[in-house]
Write a protein that binds this ligand. Structure first.
Ligand code: MN
Length: 137
């Protein structure tokens, strides 16, 4: 794996909306992204997602696939059929569910990040996703 050693001060600061039902994962994501000065909006399910996107206008949505209620695929579809269809959405896929990777790209996600995440690489993966790169791990 290659690591991007982009200087900190060149990283864009952005509003990032995270949909993730695991409190431990959310805490980790929030900590890592807040260290890079990003603003994190947290949802534990897809409930209120469209409203949250409309209110906060995130530059990026990080979408867990396995969620209570509607899953990440269903929520992506809702976003793509909404007025927020152009928002960048990166899937968070569980390592055990390896089939989710290809499925995520085919479904129209703008990339996927496999959990458990690489803590050291994650902030730069997010920066690259914010730059418009299709990040896959
Ligand atoms: Mn989950």
């Amino acid at each position: 794996m290659t690591h991007d050693h982009r200087p900190f001060d060149r990283s864009p600061v952005a509003t990032i909306l995270i949909v993730e039902d695991s409190p431990d994962n959310m805490k980790l994501f929030r900590t890592l992204l807040t260290l890079r000065k990003h603003e994190v909006i947290a949802l534990t399910s897809g409930e209120g997602l469209l409203q949250a996107v409309g209110q906060n206008r995130p530059a990026l949505v990080l979408m867990d696939i396995q969620l209570p209620g509607k899953d990440g695929y269903a929520l992506l579809k809702e976003l793509r059929q909404s007025e927020h269809k152009s928002v960048r959405v990166v899937a968070l896929t569980a390592h055990a569910m390896s089939g989710d990777r290809e499925k995520a790209i085919n479904a129209g996600f703008d990339g996927y990040i496999t959990k458990p995440i690489d803590i050291r690489a994650f902030p730069d993966q997010i920066s690259r996703a914010l730059d418009g790169e299709m990040v896959t791990t």
